[in-house]
Write a protein that binds this ligand. Structure first.
Ligand code: XIL
Length: 299
């Protein structure tokens, strides 16, 4: 196979990218994205501030531009993200307590209804754990609305679209030895034991000198899969894009039967939210980097 998506499909997996609606008029960008990838995540367009800019007034114009581009080009779509402390619209930032809880529920219902039956995986909750060694939940208005906000989000999501896989997604949870990883593991184990509807865990996988790739990532993926959830690599980028690290991450996913696929967080280095790290598979002029060949040869 000579594209990432087709190569991943040989083992029943996908290879995706983040798509930014503002770049869909760039033909270099769209031709690479259309050719190489078979899964799409909207980089920002399905976030809370984009889809519900005023309370109760949903706006799917940018989200639908990404969604329609994906479907017209034969790709599936991961939804990102329904409940998050970041990129909240102003009206939500100012809410707390039961009013915020209801707004979160209404938001999940509104967005999932629009895309009912059309999204293969939803990141229902994003980044709910704190960094560092505490293993605690991240402080946020959502967390202060009650510790059960995450399970409420998942139960709401299941009822809104029973056909979507429901994922919890976070970063700095790839190394099995990190406290944040253990905290996320304990939550997923508890959810599975109590029947809270969760189907998958997304590992963002933004690797850099501060949070480097470690070969125990495969152990992490295996241990989560053993809890009875699928796993996915959802926002991969690696500082400097070493070919060997990209190959290792690819092998880690291939080694775990329940690893659904890999998504890189952008197309060219110049499209990256961390472009100065040159972390992606295509350089600024759209040519394939060594990391691209390493991934393709590994798949
Ligand atoms: C980033 C986007 O790439 C940027 O364009 C935006 O300014 C900020 O958000 N974790 C996530 C993603 O879950 O939504 C973030 O995306 C990167 C970190």
């Amino acid at each position: 196979e000579n594209t990432l998506g087709a190569a991943a499909a040989q083992s029943g997996r996908y290879f995706g990218t983040a798509i930014a609606s503002g770049r869909l008029s760039d033909s270099t960008y769209t031709s690479i994205a259309a050719r190489e990838f078979n899964m799409v995540t909207a980089e920002n367009e399905m976030k809370i501030d984009a889809t519900e800019p005023q309370r109760g007034q949903f706006n799917f114009s940018a989200a639908d531009r990404v969604y329609n581009w994906a479907v017209q080009n034969g790709k599936q779509v991961r939804g990102h993200t329904l409940a998050w402390h970041s990129q909240q619209p102003g009206w939500m930032q100012s809410l707390s307590g039961s009013a915020l809880r209801q707004a979160m529920i209404d938001h999940i219902n509104g967005v999932m209804a629009h895309y009912k039956g059309k999204i293969v995986q939803w990141d229902v909750v994003n980044e709910a754990f704190a960094d560092g060694s505490s293993g605690a939940r991240r402080d946020s208005n959502l967390q202060r609305s009650g510790n059960d906000w995450i399970e409420v989000a998942f139960r709401t999501a299941r009822a809104a679209d029973p056909s979507a896989k429901l994922c919890y997604n976070d970063y700095n949870v790839e190394n099995w030895n990190w406290a944040k990883t253990q905290a996320m593991y304990n939550m997923v184990r508890d959810f599975k034991q109590r029947g809270v509807p969760i189907d998958c865990v997304g590992f963002q996988s933004h690797f850099n000198s501060g949070s480097p790739y470690d070969s125990n990532f495969r152990t992490t993926l295996q241990n989560f899969a053993a809890l009875g959830v699928d796993v996915a690599i959802t926002e991969l980028d690696i500082q400097g894009a070493p070919a060997s690290t990209y190959a290792n991450v690819t092998n880690d996913c291939l080694a775990v039967a329940r690893c659904l696929g890999i998504t890189v967080w952008g197309v060219r280095d110049s499209d990256s939210w961390r472009s100065e790290q040159t972390p992606l598979l295509f350089n600024n002029n759209g040519s394939k980097k060594a990391a691209y060949t390493a991934v393709l040869d590994t798949l």
